[in-house]
Ligand binder design. Structure first.
Ligand SMILES: NC(=O)C1=CN([C@@H]2O[C@H](COP(=O)(O)OP(=O)(O)OC[C@H]3O[C@@H](n4cnc5c(N)ncnc54)[C@H](OP(=O)(O)O)[C@@H]3O)[C@@H](O)[C@H]2O)C=CC1
Ligand SMILES: CC(C)=CCC[C@@H](C)[C@H]1CC=C2C3=C(CC[C@@]21C)[C@@]1(C)CC[C@H](O)C(C)(C)[C@@H]1CC3
Length: 420
């Protein structure tokens, strides 16, 4: 059947829609430009995405050798921390050839050591707020690294055995495959490139950049604003949670199904660190005053979102690791696996997405209602999760057949109860 799957995907390029091909050609150009555009608009006084002409920076502002040193140094530091023999080692899901890969679970250690190093550097007088000035060259450099990495990944995939290739990124159409990623789990020795990029340099880099924006605000106004503290606190909680629960990432779609290509390399190394924290950068140039009551409401919203996100993700992970763990109602599927139909997964079909979206909204609200730009993350994330939900639904219907249809009848709403 694996042979048939491979034949099917070899022929797929013939049938790959023109729309999909065009999208795969445009996105590697369009998305990096979007990052630079958003950063430039965010720093401009008007911060309006509709202003014409757009506030494009002169090319000289896009390049700084210091940015190259910082990005290369940062990735080297995170690689070194990844390789430290601390924490446990966990096994991923069973692969098509029946084997299971081993992954180090030391992300939280990496975050803690990075935090200590950062505190020492700040204590020694490092001007961390300078990240605000350097943000465009840093983004350009991170985009460059993600291009180089994706090209390396694409080329090396031709030496990978058939069973190590992803199904979705193996169509024979070079641009589409470059974008989606041909190889599923590219490794250099034991170093897993996809797993490393997904959780380390970009995710930790995101909160380090946020801290830089907070320091810049202190430089400009003497102390951090309540809005800035909330944005930094919420996003730090999100990143800490991801690294504390690092093992759970081994069962996400990206690790299990998706190849490692431009989409994930760029997403992990450039998109996440430079667009997920736009709110903090916005606050440096556009300070907001926030009432105590307003702040309390936003903290409550983030708390509810986080509770739903964490509880639902943990419930599914525990259930997948030990199906007898709790007395939850389930339905049997032909694969031998069960689907939860009670608890969080009986509330909506993607309770974890609902929690994530509530948090996303709470990250933007401290920036006030005057601009759309700080709401970029909520808008993008809603689109991403709707698309992701549809993709997952397709996978699950193909895998579980009638049992999935029964689940959908029992739990009719996808993400938001009574709405979607
Ligand atoms: N901040 C960001 O940029 C992003 C964050 N995320 C977050 O990452 C997390 C993981 O998301 P993602 O990987 O997309 O998907 P999920 O963690 O929701 O996993 C979907 C899988 O869960 C299993 N499943 C679905 N329904 C049930 C059920 N009723 N009972 C038991 N198992 C079920 C199925 O896999 P199987 O049956 O094979 O186990 C399905 O393929 C989410 O919290 C999401 O919000 C995701 C993308 C981007
Ligand atoms: C526009 C573009 C290039 C999109 C690429 C999508 C990626 C940015 C996201 C796909 C899935 C992701 C996940 C996280 C970060 C964003 C990407 C890489 C994640 C690591 C964030 C923290 C969460 O707790 C998580 C571990 C569940 C999550 C996993 C998926």
């Amino acid at each position: 059947s694996i042979y048939l799957i491979n034949v099917k995907y070899k022929n797929a390029s013939k049938f790959l829609g023109r729309k999909k091909r065009n999208r795969a050609t445009c996105i590697p150009v369009f998305l990096p430009l979007t990052v630079l555009y958003l950063l430039s608009v965010c720093r401009s006084p008007a911060a309006s995405v509709l202003q014409w002409p757009p506030p494009l920076p002169p090319t000289a502002h896009l390049w700084d050798p210091l940015a190259v040193v910082l990005i290369v140094g940062w990735i080297t530091l995170q690689s070194f921390l990844y390789l430290l023999p601390i924490g446990k080692v966990s096994e991923g899901l069973v692969l098509r050839d029946g084997s299971r890969l081993k992954y180090p679970i030391n992300g939280f250690h990496a975050l803690s050591i990075t935090a200590v190093l950062l505190i020492v550097c700040l204590w020694l007088g490092m001007p961390h707020g300078y990240l605000f000035e350097l943000i465009l060259p840093l983004a350009v450099c991170a985009i460059g690294v993600s291009y180089l990495l994706s090209m390396y990944l694409y080329i090396r995939s031709f030496w990978a055995p058939q069973h190590a290739l992803s199904l979705g990124g193996n169509t024979g159409n070079p641009l589409y495959d470059f974008f989606m990623g041909r190889e599923l789990n590219p490794r250099i020795g034991d170093f897993d490139l996809k797993y490393f990029c997904e959780l380390r340099p970009g995710l930790i880099g995101w909160v380090v950049i946020n801290l830089g924006m907070l320091m810049k605000e202190v430089e400009l106004r003497g102390s951090p604003s309540l809005a800035m503290l909330l944005v930094n606190g919420f996003q730090l909680l999100y990143v800490t949670d991801a690294l504390w629960n690092e093992e759970a990432v081994l069962t996400t779609m990206d690790i299990v199904h998706d190849g490692f290509g431009f989409m994930l390399a760029f997403g992990d190394l450039a998109w996440v660190p430079f667009t997920y924290g736009l709110q903090a950068m916005f606050l440096v140039v556009h300070p907001q005053s926030l009432s105590t009551l307003g702040a309390a409401g936003i903290i409550l919203l983030n708390g509810i979102g986080y509770y739903i996100f964490r509880k639902s993700n943990s419930q599914k992970n525990q259930f997948r690791r030990d199906p007898t763990h709790k007395n939850l109602e389930t339905i049997a599927t032909a694969t031998g696996k069960h689907l939860l139909v009670s608890g969080w997964w009986g509330f909506v079909r993607h309770p974890n997405y609902l929690g994530d979206l509530l948090m996303a909204l709470a990250w933007s609200l401290p920036c006030g209602m005057s601009h759309i730009l700080p709401y970029f993350y909520v808008i993008y994330f809603t689109i991403l999760l709707i698309h992701r939900e549809a993709r997952d639904e397709k996978h699950c219907r193909a895998k579980y057949g009638l049992a999935w249809d029964t689940y959908c009848r029992r739990v009719p709403y996808r993400i938001i109860p009574y709405i979607y």
